[in-house]
Design a protein around this ligand. Structure first.
Ligand code: GKR
Ligand code: MG
Length: 420
């Protein structure tokens, strides 16, 4: 039986984002997202969530009208119609920090929220959870890692948030204690590339002392040269389960990988299937971070997982500022991915309680219990959606730009990769 699409809507939203630092700059006061609703002829509504930057929204808006009449089970039709609607559009990525843009990467990002919404609808039509459509359950709980950031106490002129300042090892340990107490995370990732490498080594040492059992990761987003990366890796040997994107490019990563004891992970130099042959040939990375927002949705991420399994490459999951629809999508993917070999990243704590779904999935002991109802298992909170859309209209931001925002307070700041 065909279940045709009758309506597609895209709502840009904004929610408050704390002043988190990374190698590109500082998070702006608002994170932008888009909420995709796909309505089928039987009245059911499938949900998707994606980036909210203006060029991306424009492309989502081109795809929405061409989906009219498409069967919700026709994912190939979705990709074909989306490709025709956006043509050779090539917009830069602002979130995965995923290197040079291309038309193929753009299409993968644009298809993603519609694909998630269609899978949600397929699940509702068949009475099955999305994980069942992705191959079936391999775990009941999907484990996540606590994501630590150097941060300011408050955006200039605003009230401090709940986590306060973290600009040294003691501040990070305190942030980690709060996050672990609230969510129970069993592993911790530190977003590095912010302070000179020796300061970040000291932070890792302090975290190890405070959390002797927690696997730790450090991700400087390509802020280091090969030489610096090797030096940091030597000093953190035995402390990190993996080192993520220490240096730019597959060649640089391969040089580092050959010299250091821990696996190297990436969400920057392997971001589409075409990156994998060279990465394998050079042995540049031992762990890839999947992210359905730019790997072409949940089925695209499942394909990545299969390739990683083939080549013995570990798999983790990448995250940007996101809300409960994306969290649900990540949980279904994790539930059905046999080789999710590391705890997934999540920005959930940094939403500070904001959400666009009525009952967000929750964390117990650092993991989310996999939902067993039809589809994604989350329902849109229409009042919250309206409020967040009003915030989008009022906030004035239309694209993420961490570098320009930090430059307002540090006029000389430049995004340098590598910096040290
Ligand atoms: O949210 O600042 C951030 C992160 O740095 C994010 O943009 C990265 O894409 O979390 C990401 C990563 O692992 O590289
Ligand atoms: Mg990363």
């Amino acid at each position: 039986m065909r279940t045709p699409i009758t309506r597609v809507s895209i709502t840009p939203i904004a929610f408050p984002d704390p002043p988190l630092l990374n190698s590109a700059g500082l998070h702006q006061p608002w994170a932008l997202r888009s909420i995709v609703e796909v309505t089928a002829a039987d009245g059911s509504v499938g949900l998707g969530e994606s980036y909210g930057d203006a060029p991306h929204l424009e492309l989502l808006g081109k795809v929405a009208p061409v989906l009219d009449g498409l069967d919700v089970f026709d994912l190939t039709g979705l990709r074909t119609r989306a490709a025709a609607a956006i043509g050779a559009a090539d917009t830069p990525d602002r979130h995965g920090l995923t290197g040079p843009s291309s038309a193929a990467k753009t299409l993968a990002r644009v298809v993603s929220p519609f694909e998630v919404a269609l899978l949600d609808l397929q699940g509702q039509a068949t009475g099955r959870p999305v994980w069942a459509l992705l191959g079936g359950l391999v775990r009941d709980r999907v484990p996540f890692s606590g994501y630590l950031f150097y941060k300011w106490a408050a955006h200039p002129g605003a009230e401090p948030d709940d986590y306060g300042e973290a600009l040294d090892p003691a501040g990070l340990v305190e942030q980690a204690r709060r996050m672990v107490a609230r969510y129970g995370f069993r592993s911790l990732k530190l977003k590095g590339g912010v302070l000179p490498p020796d300061d970040e080594i000291a932070a890792v040492e302090a975290l190890r002392e405070a959390f002797p059992e927690h696997p730790l990761r450090l991700d400087p987003n390509c802020a280091w040269t090969v030489e610096t990366s090797v030096r940091v890796a030597e000093k953190t040997a035995g402390l990190l389960e993996y080192l993520e994107d220490p240096t730019p490019g597959l060649a640089g990563m391969a040089e580092v990988a050959a010299a250091v004891p821990m696996p190297l992970a990436t969400n920057m130099c392997v971001v589409e299937l075409g990156d994998l042959p060279e990465a394998v040939r050079r042995d540049s990375v031992q762990v890839v971070l999947a992210d359905h927002h730019y790997w072409g949705g949940l089925t695209g991420s499942a394909t990545l997982a299969a390739v990683c399994r083939t080549w013995g490459i570990g798999l983790s999951m990448h995250s940007n500022s996101h809300l409960g629809i994306s969290l649900a999508a990540m949980v279904h993917l994790g539930a059905a991915t046999p080789n999710l070999t590391y705890d997934a990243d999540t920005h959930t704590p940094w939403q500070l309680g904001a959400d666009v779904v009525t009952e967000p999935l929750s964390f117990v002991d650092g993991a989310v219990a996999v939902p067993h109802g039809p589809g994604l298992g989350v329902t849109l909170d229409r009042d919250a959606l309206a409020r967040m859309h009003a915030d989008y209209l009022a906030c004035g931001l239309r694209e993420r730009d961490d570098t320009s925002y930090l430059r307002q307070f540090r006029p000389g700041f430049e995004k340098l990769r590598p910096r040290w």
